[in-house]
Design a protein around this ligand. Structure first.
Ligand code: SF4
Ligand code: SF4
Length: 182
């Protein structure tokens, strides 16, 4: 189950499609190059398109929610989130277990870019990239605000403790969730 790019059909909605997106794997926080070179509070003064690669990567809060499968009604476009995680998502850390080589296992993993962001209506409401693209501030629990990568988990804003691997889940349609932070 969970073959990358596989279309999933729902008996209720007739036509549903699974989606996922890539994000960084944080080995440390903040990344050392960022600590040395980034403009202080760069996310408040730079456009997304002006950020360095390191700054862009550091925006990810590590929530893991973009690595959950979504189902989309093709007739209405409505997105249903599930609590089923990509097989490569480490459910404890909420990081990709094989980020550099992830496409070997998950070829449909999408690389997030500023240009693509505006077309991804299914990103979580709390996603830092989505918030900044809308001109909204980062939430107070964001690791860039707290200096602590665990703050996203303590705030209950990540997939930690709420997700199941696609290798164990069974049909996606049985796992639709309505979390308030999606
Ligand atoms: S391959 Fe990695 S980054 Fe991509 S969806 Fe899966 S866990 Fe997330
Ligand atoms: S939803 Fe956004 S902030 Fe959360 S892991 Fe994905 S890219 Fe990072």
């Amino acid at each position: 189950m969970g073959a990358a790019g596989a279309r999933t059909f729902c008996p209720m909605c007739a036509n549903l499609l699974s989606k996922r997106i890539s994000r960084r794997r944080a080995a440390s926080f903040p990344p050392l190059p960022l600590a040395r070179t980034a403009t202080p509070r760069f996310w408040e003064v730079k456009r997304l398109t002006e950020m360095t690669e390191t700054e862009w990567e550091s925006l990810c809060d590590g929530c893991g929610k973009c690595c959950l499968h979504k189902l989309q009604e093709e007739d209405t476009g409505h997105i249903h989130y599930t609590n089923v995680a990509c097989e490569l998502l480490d459910l404890a850390s909420c990081q990709c277990a094989d980020y550099v080589k992830r496409w070997d296992t998950v070829p449909d993993c999408v690389k997030l870019t500023p240009r693509l962001l505006h077309r991804l209506a299914w990103m979580p409401e709390t996603c830092a990239y989505r918030l900044l693209a809308r001109g909204e501030p980062l939430p107070p629990w964001h690791p860039l605000e707290t200096g602590d990568p665990e703050s996203v988990h303590r705030a209950g804003m990540s997939a930690r403790g709420r997700a199941v691997s696609e290798l164990d889940a069974g049909p996606l349609e049985d796992h639709i969730v309505e979390w308030s932070d999606l």
